[in-house]
Design a protein around this ligand. Structure first.
Ligand code: MG
Length: 258
């Protein structure tokens, strides 16, 4: 990259006493977005493709500059995303280290394998919650059918771990589903626009970030920045020293209306 020279990377990396830099970042609507959410006149480059390999999401130039800036100063950039492993692999960025996917239900290691230590940590919860996810999803699909709603619901299974229920549809239909569902109160909920995710307790971005911080022995002397756009991201962002958010985001809108 042409602007590498502007940063004295070795100076920072060779001085452990100055701490390390870690960026925990959400992806969709934080670093990439679909075409209709791209600001007018923004230069873009491909951010992610769909299942068929077609362009779906884009980095704006400023989003990419921010990522490059962090990479150039030697920061470790750790994605913390609701995307499952397969969907993360469709993002056009070469994340070099740990990756948090499926809202935290899965942590991937540097070599793209499931982190066994995290798996051991959540193993006790994997006894009962998958069954509850299945039952709740069945109930949601029942509601969609009987109420003739324009929505779809499925359990997202990542690396054989049933992680969360993904419900997509129009806002009014989603509201009706929430009203009629009897099991959803047992789950943590991520809700933003046309998406709802009902999360098993191990599908927690915050728990995953806390786990990684502990594993990497991050201390108060390291710089840890959390970046996200959704209200449900705030929990993991608060585990970092600094939080960043796009000005056009669910969190920002909530702050303005408060
Ligand atoms: Mg997001």
């Amino acid at each position: 990259m042409g602007n590498n020279k502007r940063y004295s990377v070795p100076d920072i990396l060779n001085q452990r006493s100055r701490g390390h830099i870690f960026i925990f970042t959400d992806l969709d609507d934080t670093l990439i977005q679909t075409q209709h959410k791209v600001p007018a006149n923004a230069r873009t480059e491909l951010g992610a493709t769909d299942r068929l390999g077609q362009p779906l999401s884009y980095f704006t130039q400023s989003q990419k500059l921010m990522l490059d800036m962090f990479a150039n100063i030697g920061a470790q950039i750790i994605p913390v995303t609701g995307r499952n492993t397969e969907a993360l692999n469709r993002v056009e960025y070469d994340f070099q280290g740990l990756r948090v996917v499926s809202h935290g239900a899965v942590i991937l290691t540097r070599d793209n394998r499931i982190c066994q230590d995290w798996l051991s940590e959540i193993a006790p919860l994997l006894q009962d919650w998958p069954d509850l996810l299945t039952r709740c999803n069945a109930e949601v699909n029942d509601i969609i059918k009987t109420q003739k709603l324009d929505a779809r619901s499925r359990v997202i299974i990542d690396q054989d771990i049933p992680a969360y229920i993904s419900i997509k549809g129009e806002t009014a239909d989603l509201a009706q589903i929430r009203q009629l569902n009897t099991l959803d109160s047992q789950f943590a909920c991520h809700e933003n626009g046309r998406n709802i995710a009902l999360l098993a307790p191990y599908a927690s971005k915050k728990k995953a970030v806390e786990f990684i911080k502990k594993q990497l022995e991050l201390s108060v002397n390291d710089l840890v920045i959390g970046i996200g756009d959704s209200l449900s991201d705030l929990a993991f962002m608060s585990s970092c020293q600094f939080s960043m958010l796009p000005s056009n985001s669910q969190i920002a809108r909530e702050l303005i209306h408060a």
